[in-house]
Structure formats: C-alpha cells, structure tokens
Write a protein that binds this ligand. Structure first.
Ligand code: NAD
Ligand code: MG
Length: 392
C-alpha cells in the first residue's frame, strides 16, 4: 500500500532532496497529497506536473491566480495564502515533511501534527519557538515527531530504545562553517558570498548564514533540549570539520554511540521516510580508510557569540528563544540584502533580547502557539524599527 505524504516547502533544499528520494523509490511507494512553496510558482508548477498531488499551494496569496493558470487542465487543485497552507497541511496523510524555513512553518507543521500525521521535522523553528506546544501536541495525538536535522536525526538513531534514562549527555557536531579558520579581525569584512560558501553542506540561504555565525548550532542546542527533553547542561557541541559524525549519545557507563554518514541530507531524510524501516539512498558510501582521520575541537565562543546568546535564551525560556529566532531571521534577511554587516547579526539579536527582557515581555513558557507567534511578531517589529535608520 502506498504511503500518503505531503511536503511543506517542497521547492527548497530539503523539499527537493525529499522529492529526489521519492523519485528513486519503487513506483507506487508514495502518493503525494500536498506540495507547497512560498513564491516560486514556476518551480511549484513543475514539480506538481511531475508528481500530480491532490493540491498545490503557494504561500504568497497574490500568486494564487498565477499558480491556478500554470496548472489549469491538470486536475490539480490549487490555492494560495497562509490559511490555504494550513488547510493543505491538515489533509489526512501518513507522513508530512515540514521543510518551510522560519517561523512561517509553525502553523502548517502544527496542523499536520494535529491531523495525526508523522511529522518529519526539518523546520527547527517549531521547537525553538514553541517546543512545549509541539511536544505536548504530539503526545496528545499519539503522533510521532521524527527529526530531520542531521544532528538530531543522528541522536534519534543512536538512542538505544529504553535507554533514555541512562543518557549522560548528547553531543551535536558542528562543521564550524566557512569562517572556522578566519581570524577575528577579518570577520568584520565578510561578504554575502563568503558567508553562503559553506565548506561541507549545500543548503538554503537562511540556514547557510546561520551556519556561518554558528547561530544554527545555538538553535540546534535549543531544538535538542526540547525534542529529547533534556536539561541544557546535557547538550554539548563539538566542532568536527569532516562532518561525518553527525551526533553522539554518551551513556552513564561511558559508552558513546554515534551515527556516521556522508554529509548528504538525503540520509537523514530517508531514515524518516522509511521509518521504522530503512530504504536505499544514492548517497556515496563512506570510505573510512580514505577519510583516514576524524578531527574534533571545542567551538570558539569569542568569535561566535551566537552560541552564548542562544544558550542564555534557552535558560531564560520560550519567550526568549522565540524572540531570538525572530530577531535572527530579520537580521539574517538584512545581511542577505546587503543592509547590515556580518558581525551586526549577533549584536542585533542580543539587543532585541535585552530590550524585550527589560520590558518583561518574554514569558518562561507559552500557553499555546499564538503566544509564540505574538512574540515572533513583536521581535520582528522591534528589529525592523531599530534598523530603519540603516540605509537600504
Ligand atoms: P530553503 O530556503 O531552501 O527552502 C524553504 C522552503 O520553504 C521553500 O520551499 C520556500 O518556498 C518555503 N517558504 C519560505 N518561506 C515561506 C513562507 N513564508 N511561507 C510558506 N513557505 C515558505 O530552506 P531549506 O534549507 O530547505 O530549510 C528548510 C528548513 O529545514 C529550515 O527550517 C532549516 O533550518 C531546516 N534544515 C535544513 C537543512 C538543509 O540542509 N537545507 C538541514 C537541517 C535543517
Ligand atoms: Mg543541523
């Protein structure tokens, strides 16, 4: 019987890798129900013609007519706008890939979980902004959240079933990003192209910049604490430049279990697509002898202050992590648009956190997803206003 699946953010890096895997599976293994994208009508129309979902949704409502024209005569339903994304995500499926970038992915991912689908979670913002809500919702619905983020997927695989209570700590690996060997003096002059040139992974623009500031690793520590229900002191980071070990679990007896694999997102994605079974991927097998060595080093928090800022936000609670995420999204957007410098990103994020904390606007816990999205909006407004003096 085929597995019904929806892909939210189907035109992005993770969405495309998911479709690539599906294209290699036996015909009839998967039946695609919904495909969504934000603004790229041509790309969404192309994959929709190839995969013939029940419905294709464009997030930007003003493009709904264009999408409908592009798919006319195909029999594929089309729609546009945030509510349409939620409606499509609520359609009954066995598996949903949540691969929208940013806090825009929260409501559609929650709708999928609410409908009882397995949630393959690439969108780490769901847990960073509203982790308690997502974990409780999954519990209530008896639905599974399967982590797609490579480090969390590795840890998920390395947790021996039933041995959660014996975990001493988990370790997330970090490639160190493109500036791992740059001296501090040189980092003020980082260009957009420098920051997008990740040494190992090929990813969307936003997460590539986060990997350059190491904010991505900070967000991942928050994601890991919420997903695996661990206190912050039990989640460590180690820089591992080969990006072959993705995550490690240390148990109380001193054993460490790790997951290794080529740095190819199709491996973690496949592990969720086939879960609880396994499927083949076209990923290059690891040649350990050719690799010869695995290097590890401590992260440099002086050159990468985002790590400390994210850990402080985690200790402060969900209001702070939601604020951190929103301020960072706006700052990264401004850097990509050439409006601010690379080193301004973490300064803007910590400035926003301090200001909102001083006004007691950051609750320790949220009652629901609306609270998380309120803080998200307030933090975006704050950062946008702060930056209005900066010439475009
Ligand atoms: P991407 O930018 O390549 O793709 C994002 C997708 O989301 C696109 O389909 C886009 O159309 C859609 N989208 C963007 N804004 C939207 C909005 N406002 N409303 C509706 N749809 C919108 O991003 P990506 O690199 O594929 O990352 C997706 C998510 O997965 C992110 O949360 C990222 O942190 C996470 N992730 C990605 C990787 C990776 O290797 N790329 C690895 C781990 C985690
Ligand atoms: Mg990751």
């Amino acid at each position: 019987m085929s597995r019904r699946i929806s892909i939210l953010g189907a035109t992005g890096s993770v969405g495309s890798a998911t479709l690539d895997l599906i294209s290699r599976a036996e015909p009839g293994t998967f039946d695609i129900v919904a495909l969504t994208a934000h603004t790229n009508v041509a790309a969404l129309a192309e994959i929709s013609r190839a995969w013939h979902p029940q419905i294709a949704v464009i997030g930007d409502e003003s493009l709904a007519g264009e999408l409908s024209d592009a798919l006319s005569g195909t029999g594929i339903e089309t729609a546009g706008g945030p509510d349409a994304l939620i409606e499509a995500a609520s359609r009954p499926v066995d598996y949903t890939m949540a691969a929208i970038v940013g806090s825009a992915g929260l409501r559609p991912a929650a709708a999928a979980l609410q409908s009882g689908s397995i949630l393959a979670l690439a969108n780490k913002e769901c847990l960073v902004c509203a982790g308690d809500y997502f974990m409780e919702l999954a519990n209530q619905r008896g639905a599974r959240i399967l982590p797609v983020d490579s480090e969390h997927n590795a840890i998920f695989q390395a947790i021996y079933p039933g041995h959660e209570k014996y975990i001493r700590r988990i370790i997330l690996t970090a490639s160190g990003g493109p500036f791992r060997d740059w001296p501090a003096e040189k980092m003020a002059g980082v260009s957009r192209a420098d920051a997008l040139a990740h040494p190992v992974w090929s990813m969307g623009d936003k997460i590539s910049i986060d990997s350059a500031t190491l904010m991505n690793k900070g967000l991942e520590v928050i994601e890991a604490c919420r997903l695996f229900q661990l206190p912050p002191g039990m989640v460590d980071i180690v820089v591992h430049r080969q990006s072959v070990i993705h995550g490690l679990v240390e148990y109380i007896d001193g054993s460490i279990l790790a997951q290794l694999g080529s740095p190819d997102m199709r491996i973690p994605i496949a592990s969720t697509l086939a879960w609880p079974e396994r499927m083949e991927t076209p990923s290059a097998p690891l040649d350990l002898a050719a690799l010869a060595r695995l290097d590890f080093e401590a992260p440099d928090e002086a050159r990468f202050p985002a790590l400390r800022i994210a850990r402080e936000a985690l200790l402060a609670g969900e209001g702070a992590t939601s604020c951190l995420n929103a301020a960072n999204e706006v700052a990264v957007g401004a850097f990509l648009a050439g409006r601010i410098g690379f080193l301004d990103i973490s300064g803007i994020v910590s400035g926003c956190l301090d200001a909102m904390d001083r006004k007691s606007m950051l609750p320790k816990r949220f009652a629901g997803i609306d609270d998380a999205l309120d803080i998200d909006r307030l933090a975006r407004d704050f950062v946008t206003q702060r930056m209005t003096g900066i010439p475009a």
